[in-house]
Design a protein around this ligand. Structure first.
Ligand code: HEM
Length: 226
């Protein structure tokens, strides 16, 4: 029973979540294009937004890149660059603690604002609140792991994720992994599958071209039209 659960959780569920993620974003882009945005609440209440949104975004963006490069780059390759597993673990742990805490505190501020500021609350959908609560859990368990559990992921979870990406999944790598890490992964996969149907679609619309556009959009007209 235990191993059946593990197979479903770490061999089948990741592909379900990833498929829903990809197909869901495609569907949402074409079927609901005009709702593809961050549902900004800045106009409703700007002052209460600043601290929480800034802490959360910087925390989550660094955490995202840390997970991406830290887990997908094989340790054997890093060894050749002189980055030993001790250095890798050290950097992962302490940056995880720093940015995880930032994201977590930011999320608590955002959640409090969304529930307790009447105008923001009135403009929120259930979906907006669920996203924040799910993020609170994912980030809390992840940060708890880096403070308390400190399990060596480099030869367990990291090769398991690479196996998922390269379509050669091996769920047995997850056998020695503590439950708190497994819960973090399952919650994160759930968030991944849910994200196309939420405001999180804004992540894929970073306005990079904004920095390339001409600085001046309007200029004075030299000739007066009679
Ligand atoms: C560079 C990438 C990103 C940009 C440019 C960006 C931009 C924004 C903007 C403009 C808002 C609206 C703030 C407002 O209410 O005015 C927002 C809200 C939000 N973003 Fe991002 N975001 C990015 C990445 C992310 C990531 C990676 C996540 C999470 C995985 C995320 C999660 C959220 C959430 C949950 C909210 C709603 C916060 C609330 O409840 O008010 N964002 N983002």
């Amino acid at each position: 029973m235990g191993s059946l659960f593990q197979k479903l959780a770490f061999q089948v569920f990741p592909y379900i979540a990833l498929t829903v993620f990809v197909v869901g974003h495609g569907y949402r882009y074409y079927a609901d294009f005009y709702q593809w945005n961050s549902r900004s609440s800045e106009l409703i209440d700007r002052d209460s937004l600043k601290v929480g949104i800034t802490m959360f975004h910087w925390g989550i963006i660094f955490t995202f890149f840390g997970h991406f490069f830290g887990l997908l780059t094989p340790q054997d390759f890093l060894n050749k660059l002189g980055i030993t597993s001790e250095i890798h673990e050290f950097v992962a742990l302490y940056t995880g603690m720093l940015f995880g805490t930032m994201a977590f505190v930011g999320l608590l501020i955002l959640l409090k604002r969304r529930l307790l500021k009447p105008r923001v609350h009135a403009a929120s959908s259930t979906n907006d609140v669920i996203v924040l609560i799910l993020l609170v859990f994912v980030v809390f368990v992840g940060t708890y792991n880096s403070y308390v559990k400190r399990f060596d992921v480099l030869y367990t979870i990291a090769p398991w994720i690479r196996g998922i990406v390269t379509l050669t999944p091996d769920q047995s790598l997850m056998n020695p992994v503590p439950w708190s890490y497994k819960i973090h992964i399952l919650l994160a996969l759930t968030l991944l599958g849910f994200s196309p149907f939420t405001r999180l679609v804004h992540i894929w619309s970073i306005p990079v071209t904004y920095f390339l556009r001409p600085y001046i959009s309007f200029r004075r007209r030299f000739v007066d039209i009679p």
